[in-house]
Design a protein around this ligand. Structure first.
Ligand code: F0G
Length: 401
């Protein structure tokens, strides 16, 4: 049905070999299906509920999946913001509406199911927060232990709360995410835990369904698909999914894959701008959008291809632009997202101002995580509640009535 293939040297490995990198050259692996043997039709998919598992023929899981009804997230037309920007066809796919409040659940339903399929007894990840929350949730559902490594003091409180409450063993390291990932990778290789960061090629399989769903919801191929980029797994996953649909003859062109990074944490954007063959890691990434505070995106190799091959773009946004868009989405569209998520739409606002994109384009921005993930950043931006005595005159006074 499928095997693993190195994206650099093309070496193939059997599907049940537990590997995170090519044994020959050390580069990333991808899941390769024998698409000519997959006979599913669009009509079959359309009969099923909108969810990750609608597309199960293009997923590697062969057991009953560990599932909490992930995917099936809303695609909103950004009418007001689109009008302001002069973009009549601007949409947001709200991934904050997943079970744990981020798109990571799409990857974890598949990843944790694969852990069971491969007979692994425990799972682990490093995380800027959302991956750890999602892993904790799905490990709980599967009934297996999870270990998560977080950069101390740099994870939004809602995400830590989730990881703790769902019963993961939570370790905070005095170092950044990039270091946490190196450590957990080593731990998994030496101690047999199943690694569920996005270098795990199976996890990305679940995430590609964001693109499939958006296509089904829009009823046509978007011209541009925009994602906030941290480790660059999600943009790579969505691109891979579109390629598969094209190979199966379901679509005849690919959206322009567009990645947005925070200015203080933007090695991928730099590589695209300067036409570098590979990303040069940033040693001290910094941004208010802690979810994408990542200096060495492990999936950069795949993401560079996704952007370059589709004629896409990569752009940075400042923390101020991110927070302004977080407020605008909340107040003008009723869409509550965490800062990293606002980066995709903030990026479009910048690109349209710069004249880099066409006003007629159909644009899908993925907003990746829920507002409540990071309540502290929300509270800091808003006026506090007005506290009054419990009587009507005080209320009228407070309301200037
Ligand atoms: N948006 C949010 C809310 C995220 O949590 C992440 C990544 C991204 C965007 C970027 O996605 O890494 O695939 O490019 N969060 C990871 C984590 C790193 O540990 O939760 P990417």
């Amino acid at each position: 049905m499928y095997h693993l293939v190195c994206v650099n040297c093309g070496t193939t490995y059997p599907a049940d070999e537990i590997l995170y990198n090519c044994k020959k050259c050390g580069h990333l692996l991808a899941v390769k299906y024998h698409l000519d043997t997959i006979t599913v039709t669009k009509a079959t998919w359309e009969k099923r509920p909108l969810s990750v598992w609608r597309y199960r023929e293009l997923l590697p899981v062969q057991i009953e999946p560990v599932s909490l009804a992930e995917g099936g997230t809303p695609l909103y037309h950004l009418k007001r913001l689109g009008e302001e920007m002069g973009l009549p066809h601007l949409y947001a796919k709200h991934e904050g509406m997943n079970p744990s409040g981020s798109f990571k659940d799409r990857g974890m339903t598949v990843g944790v199911s694969m852990a069971l399929q491969l007979k692994k007894k425990s799972v682990a990840c490093a995380s800027t927060g959302n991956t750890s929350a999602s892993l904790a949730v799905y490990a709980a559902k599967a009934g297996i232990p999870a270990i998560v490594l977080l950069p101390a003091g740099k994870v939004a409180v809602g995400k830590v709360a989730q990881a703790l409450m769902h019963g993961a063993k939570v370790i905070s390291i005095r170092g950044n995410f990039d270091r946490a990932l190196e450590m957990v990778h080593e731990l998994c290789l030496t101690h047999g835990l199943y690694l569920l960061n996005s270098i795990n090629p199976f996890r990305l399989e679940g995430q590609k369904t964001i693109g499939f769903e958006a296509l089904d919801q829009l009823g046509e191929i978007p011209d541009r698909f925009v994602l906030p980029v941290g480790n660059a797994g999600n943009i790579s996953a969505v691109y891979k999914g579109f390629l598969e649909l094209q190979e199966m003859g379901f679509i005849n062109r690919l959206p322009m894959m567009t990645g947005i990074q925070a200015e203080g944490s933007s090695p991928l954007v730099r590589a695209i701008r300067e036409k570098l063959p590979e990303v040069i890691p940033e040693l001290h990434p910094e941004t208010v959008a802690t979810a994408i505070r990542i200096g060495a995106p492990v999936n950069a190799e795949k993401a560079l291809i996704a952007i370059r091959k589709t004629g896409g773009l990569a752009e940075t946004v400042t923390d101020t632009e991110i927070l302004q868009m977080q407020r605008d989405l909340a107040r003008k569209e009723g869409i509550g997202v965490e800062p990293a998520s606002a980066a995709s739409v903030a990026g479009i606002r910048k690109l349209i101002k710069e004249g880099m994109i066409d006003r007629d384009e159909r644009i899908v921005c993925v907003v990746t995580g829920h507002l409540l993930k990071d309540p502290e950043t929300v509270i800091k931006q808003c006026e506090p509640p007005i506290e009054i005595n419990a009587d009507l005159p005080s209320l009228l006074y407070a309301l200037h009535l």
